[in-house]
Ligand binder design. Structure first.
Ligand SMILES: *[C@@H]1O[C@H](CO)[C@@H](O)[C@H](O)[C@H]1NC(C)=O
Ligand SMILES: *[C@@H]1O[C@H](CO)[C@@H](O)[C@H](O)[C@H]1NC(C)=O
Ligand SMILES: *[C@@H]1O[C@H](CO)[C@@H](O)[C@H](O)[C@H]1NC(C)=O
Ligand SMILES: *[C@@H]1O[C@H](CO)[C@@H](O)[C@H](O)[C@H]1NC(C)=O
Ligand SMILES: *[C@@H]1O[C@H](CO)[C@@H](O)[C@H](O)[C@H]1NC(C)=O
Ligand SMILES: *[C@@H]1O[C@H](CO)[C@@H](O)[C@H](O)[C@H]1NC(C)=O
Length: 389
């Protein structure tokens, strides 16, 4: 039987340990991890100082409720957390120029992943795979795969400037804000086999794309400067705002035969090998303008019956405008700005160029589709005219 004194002592030790596990921890030197030796859960934040070289959190630590931050630890080679399952806050790794070993084999849940400038990091030791995170930003790493990150849902998923990345293959089913993939390895395969909806999607500079289950984009979708020769959106039925495919220089075939509604501008531009547009067999309503420029020989939009903005079809080839001229006179095209011309020396778009300003770095959201002023006002003029009537 333990004495009262022993019990009191045990209680005191326990409460001291608990108190220590309630405070933010700063690890200034590698040995400082001993502060966490008695914690299975840390209610607080862990910050790594700039001088650490190799940090291994105790294997008994399974949960950190706050952030885990390593910013500017230029000598940090290895960062390990063998038992850690959850990080409640943000997992920030920034400017860790020699970090090559990142091993969090049990990690499954993170508040936000926020990683930038990890030029020595080639792969992730995330054996169990992170399946839960609100937002993911990974920019400027050497990662050649994202194996270890396999989310089901996310608010933001932004993967840019990872020049060795060959594939992004993630089981996301929904992205409630932004899905952005740009400036990664040449030919990166952006594969989202389970994605049903996203608020908006921008994919630039990719090789292939794979969106077999995508049904809806609530806001806009843009695919720019990709090198795929074919793109298919078999289940896509609506895009809330703009839908654009631009400067995809090898694109020969685009199909979205379930797509009925594009809420904003529907734009195809600078896809120099796209001579036939016949994969939009269900497109009925375009809430903005239709803006197609290129080398088209044939453009078929057989179900089109309501275009609220203008219409621009310009081709360097001999495209037949008969059907579209009829649509204009039948009042299907409501905007005043109507152009349909073949055999042009230059086929020009009326919507501002997305093709040229590959944006770049960080958590940038410049991928939004910008509509040329005069063209967009066709819609407003149309609306005003309707009210005047
Ligand atoms: C891209 O990935 C998808 C599935 O993950 C696959 O079907 C497709 O063949 C891949 N594309 C290339 C070019 O490897
Ligand atoms: C287009 O993508 C390629 C990689 O496929 C890249 O090298 C090039 O800089 C990109 N061009 C623009 C204008 O963004
Ligand atoms: C987007 O559309 C989906 C499917 O209709 C819906 O469940 C979701 O709430 C919408 N999201 C936003 C951000 O509007
Ligand atoms: C006009 O539309 C009809 C119906 O989609 C199509 O069969 C025909 O080929 C089109 N004509 C031209 C010249 O594009
Ligand atoms: C198409 O390419 C031309 C020439 O590179 C560029 O000036 C124009 O802005 C591009 N158009 C779009 C819509 O990106
Ligand atoms: C994403 O959608 C929101 C509106 O829901 C918009 O404000 C934002 O500009 C869009 N971003 C991109 C990159 O398209």
């Amino acid at each position: 039987m333990p004495s009262i004194k022993q019990l009191l002592l045990a209680a005191m030790v326990a409460s001291m340990a608990a108190a220590a596990c309630d405070e933010d921890v700063t690890i200034e030197s590698d040995g400082d991890v001993s502060q966490l030796a008695s914690c299975s859960k840390l209610t607080g934040k862990v910050t790594l100082g700039k001088k650490v070289t190799s940090v291994a959190l105790p294997a008994t630590l399974t949960s950190i409720t706050g952030d885990v931050v390593a910013d500017g630890a230029a000598n940090l080679v290895a960062f390990q957390a063998p038992g850690l399952r959850t990080i409640g806050g943000s997992f920030t790794l920034k400017g860790l120029i020699v970090l090559s070993n990142l091993a969090f084999p049990e990690l499954v849940s993170v508040g936000d992943i926020n990683w930038a400038t990890l030029p020595a990091l080639q792969n992730l030791g995330f054996t169990k795979e992170v399946s839960k995170a609100n937002s993911v930003l990974i920019t400027d790493t050497l990662l050649n795969t994202l194996q270890g990150i396999n989310l089901k849902t996310a608010e933001r998923f932004n993967i840019n400037n990872n020049r060795y990345l060959r594939s992004v293959d993630v089981a996301l089913t929904q992205v409630s804000d932004l899905l952005l993939i740009e400036s990664n390895g040449k030919g990166v395969n952006a594969s989202f086999p389970d994605l049903k909806w996203a608020n908006n999607i921008t994919v630039r500079d990719a090789g292939d794309i794979y969106f077999p289950k995508l049904q809806k984009v609530n806001s806009s979708a843009a695919f720019v400067n990709n090198t795929f020769s074919a793109a298919d959106f078999p289940e896509l039925t609506s895009v809330g705002e703009s839908f654009a495919l631009i400067s995809c220089s090898k694109l020969e075939k685009i199909t979205a035969n379930s797509l009925e509604t594009v809420g904003g501008t529907f734009q195809l531009a600078n896809n120099t090998k796209l001579t036939t547009v016949d994969g939009f067999g269900a497109l009925r309503v375009v809430g903005g303008a239709i803006d197609l420029s290129g080398t088209f020989k044939e453009v078929l939009l057989p179900k089109l019956d309501d275009v609220r903005g203008g219409f621009n079809l310009q081709s360097t080839d001999d495209v037949n405008c008969g059907n579209f001229t009829s649509l204009k006179s039948a009042g299907v095209v409501k905007g005043d700005d109507f152009t349909c011309e073949g055999k042009k020396e230059r086929a020009e778009s009326k919507t501002a160029g997305l093709g040229t300003d590959g944006s770049g770095s960080g958590d940038d959201t410049s991928g939004a589709v910008r509509v040329g002023a005069s063209f967009a006002t066709a819609l407003l003029a149309g609306a005003v005219a309707m009210f005047v009537l």
